[in-house]
Design a protein. Structure first.
Lengths: 107, 392
């Protein structure tokens, strides 16, 4: 199972197109990122207890390892695992979103 | 200026006029709700339980907090973007505003009411301001180790004698700044108190400062009557070596829960609150609860503690009865409950539900909802009665 998920993850490496989730789920995810990630990273992603997640801060970082941080958290730090709330693909999409700059809930 | 903002401006002037030129009123029953999505606050009053108006232009209000001038006239609002705004509660307008740092977390007001202290993440440290003018009086960088790094500052609270007490997250230290001479504050440091203090508070009356640790199980206590005694570990190893559950939102200690001789704290990584005897600071009991507790707040004058929870279990509030150590009531005030604020005598509680854009006022005796007030992504609720309490 884990290997299968990892294989799935490979599909999301840079260059691959990360599919946007359908409308309602999209808004739900953006709200979750802004509000619930925002409680540690700041509503504007400028950083708080957790580091900034603005495009400039993430530009030089490997999206796949960032995606794994979101799914698995980082042991020994306050960054919790979000695996129970995102699919593998959604986590990849969230990283793409952050790398481009988080939009508003509704376009 | 477009039409909408013109109308808003006109409405704001009208509101301000009402407050300033209308009938005389006191400030004792006023308060504010942070509307985190809108960079705005809604002013409220607890006698008729209504919203009075809004004040705009306060910047990024994620994790915003407020303290009050001793006369309850002005709120000092601390924004995440480092903004410090002085809001006139009667005129309903921003009296003064400064951008004092890149990223801040909260603040406190000195016991004599003359100094505002702001705790900052970036650049790490505490800045002191004149409460009348918001002129900067002093900068206290939170340097640690070899002196090249600055720690994030958390858990700032005022203590008697114009002191401010705060914790350094990365450094694992507690500092006391005596601001009696606010341009030259005197520092007292408690190093190596434990890993990653995440918040702290001063007990009612101002005797103790207590910090919670994230990096290990336990809390740290400093006796402010006798600081030479150093910092003392309490509730060490409360997790009994068990694997921690993930924490999706950091608990808060500032809305303390001390009732009689019992203190109640949220556990970290455990769905429990810890009950502690305040004479010996040892554990009495632990009460299993709905999720990761965020706030555990004592209902003033009562025997109950109200608890809200972290994502994803954040649509519930549980009420714990202290003598029987059981959950006696469960409320569902809406999606993403962020804060609870009691009137000073405890007969009402105001609860914000962020994702329902709603604040609900409950009668604490009957648990009946008394009023509902719309607010955009409401988070913290702060009543002017805080002006009269040490540690708030």
């Amino acid at each position: 199972m884990i290997r299968r998920l990892a294989a799935l993850g490979l599909v999301l490496l840079p260059g691959a197109v990360v599919a946007e989730p359908p409308g309602e789920r999209r808004d739900e995810l953006i709200n979750l990122v802004r509000q619930d990630c925002g409680s540690c990273h700041g509503l504007t992603m400028k950083g708080g207890l957790g580091p900034p997640l603005l495009p400039a801060a993430l530009a030089d970082k490997d999206p796949e390892s960032l995606r794994l941080v979101v799914l698995n958290g980082r042991r020994g730090t306050p960054m919790p695992p979000w695996r129970d709330f995102f699919t593998e693909a959604e986590a990849g999409w969230v990283i793409e979103l952050l790398r481009e700059g988080l939009p508003d809930e509704r376009r | 200026m477009n039409d909408v903002s013109l109308i808003l401006a006109a409405a704001a002037m009208f509101m301000a006029g009402c407050a300033a030129n209308g009938a005389l009123r006191g400030t004792g029953d006023l308060g504010l709700v942070i509307e985190r999505g809108a960079g705005r606050i809604t002013l409220i009053e607890t006698s008729g339980r209504s919203a009075l108006g809004t004040v705009e232009g306060l910047g990024d209000l994620s994790h915003a907090a407020a303290v009050y001038s001793r006369d309850g006239r002005y709120a000092f609002v601390f924004g995440r973007d480092g903004g410090l705004s002085k809001v006139d509660m009667l005129r309903m307008s921003v009296d003064k505003r400064v951008l004092q740092a890149g990223n801040s977390i909260g603040g406190a007001i000195s016991s004599d009411g003359r100094v505002i202290a702001v705790a900052n993440y970036e650049p790490g440290g505490v800045q002191l301001f004149d409460a009348a003018t918001l002129e900067r009086l002093a900068d206290i960088p939170s340097t640690y180790g070899d002196g090249s790094r600055r720690s994030k500052v958390v858990g700032i609270a005022d203590a008697p004698g114009n002191r401010f007490v705060f914790s350094l997250f990365e450094a694992g230290e507690i500092w006391i700044a005596d601001a009696s001479e606010p341009r030259t504050p005197k520092l007292e440091r408690f190093p190596a108190i434990g890993r990653e203090p995440y918040d702290g508070f001063v007990t009612p009356g101002g005797r103790y400062y207590i910090a919670g640790l994230f990096g290990e199980d336990g809390l740290v206590l400093v006796d402010l009557w006798n600081t030479v005694g150093g910092a003392k570990r309490i509730l060490g190893g409360y997790g009994r070596g068990e694997e921690k559950l993930p924490v999706y939102k950091m608990p808060h200690l500032r809305g303390w829960a001390i009732a009689g001789d019992v203190a109640v704290f949220p556990a970290i990584g455990r769905h429990e609150v810890l009950m502690v005897n305040t004479a010996t600071w040892t554990e009495i009991a632990r009460v299993p609860v709905h999720g990761q507790p965020v706030f555990a707040i004592a209902q003033p004058g009562g025997r109950r503690v109200w608890v809200n929870f972290a994502f994803p279990k954040n649509d519930v509030v549980q009420v714990i009865d202290l003598p029987s150590r059981t959950v006696v009531r469960e409320l569902r005030p809406g999606k993403a409950v962020l804060h609870m604020e009691f009137t000073p005598r405890g007969e009402q509680v105001w609860i914000s539900a962020r994702d329902d854009d709603l604040v609900t006022v409950y009668d604490t005796a009957s648990f009946a909802p008394l009023a509902r007030i719309a607010a955009l992504k409401p988070s913290g609720i702060f009543l002017t009665s805080r002006a009269a309490s040490t540690g708030f």
